[in-house]
Design a protein around this ligand. Structure first.
Ligand code: DGL
Length: 252
């Protein structure tokens, strides 16, 4: 039993960290479509066929028993089509509106995500279901996923300019909880907290990992192999080893 964990870059490694905590050594292949990063700035009609092709090839090659789409942007755009195309369990990501709404006292919450994710109508559905009494303000930003990639590779990053428009829009000063609707942002939690320690920031990684285990545990878990593949430049092995991953011998 092995699973495929997919993202446009390093974002899904936050989900891998959460999975490692819950089911250490779980057999998985991590696939980063970093040759096409960033997804958040690309139109849906380009992204959808591209994602279907890349994941379709990975399914052919890896023969996983379940696929985690550890990317909000890809989940919103492609999850329905993937489920229709393959008889496999697909676990997607949704912005953590529910925990953000539960934590908010002011009943004003923020959603930070890629532009592609905030323009999807499904966000309205989540708000209606989980935060009907909240004012929900969104910011689709092109910058944070890139900053997360840079930080992952050792750069010091400043998130203040990218985050500011969420709080300076009308009503933004009331926000006291933020749902991070992009898996890359798990890697910027420290920066968000340093910037606004008064706000509760909600990471999407753990809910996805928990949902994944709920779905795959009945299939039986097996340890190793654990490899990472890239459609662009490979991440250095030293940066992958803390996640219990090694670069695949043959590139994607
Ligand atoms: N990690 C992806 C997400 O969760 C997005 C990053 C990108 O723009 O490619 O939405």
């Amino acid at each position: 039993m092995a699973i495929l964990v997919f993202d446009s870059g390093i974002g899904g490694l936050g989900v891998v960290t959460a999975l490692n905590g819950l089911a250490p050594g779980l057999a998985l292949t991590y696939l980063a479509d970093n040759g096409f990063f960033p997804y958040g700035e690309k139109p849906d009609d380009i992204l959808l066929p591209h994602i279907l092709r890349v994941i379709g090839q990975a399914i052919e090659r890896e023969k996983p028993e379940a696929v985690v789409i550890a990317c909000n942007t890809a989940s919103t755009i492609a999850l329905g089509a993937l489920r229709a195309a393959y008889p496999l369990p697909f676990i997607g990501c949704v912005p953590p509106i529910k925990p953000a709404a539960a934590a908010s006292r002011s009943r004003s919450i923020g959603v930070l995500a890629t532009k592609a994710t905030v323009r999807r109508p499904y966000l309205n559905g989540l708000v209606e279901k989980f935060a009907p009494d909240c004012t929900v303000l969104t910011l689709g930003t092109p910058d944070l996923a890139e900053l997360a990639e840079q930080k992952f590779r050792g750069a010091a990053v400043d998130v203040s300019a990218a985050v500011a428009p969420l709080f300076t829009q009308p009503g933004g000063e009331q926000i006291d909880a933020v749902a991070l609707g992009c898996t890359h942002y798990s890697f910027l939690l420290e920066e968000f907290l340093a910037l606004r320690p008064d706000i509760s920031w909600h990471d999407p990684a753990m809910p996805v990992a928990k949902q994944t285990l709920k779905i795959i545990e009945p299939l039986g878990l097996s340890p190793a192999p654990r490899t990472a593949r890239f459609t662009g430049a490979a991440i250095a092995p030293a940066l992958l080893s803390p996640f219990g991953l090694q670069p695949a011998v043959n590139p994607a």
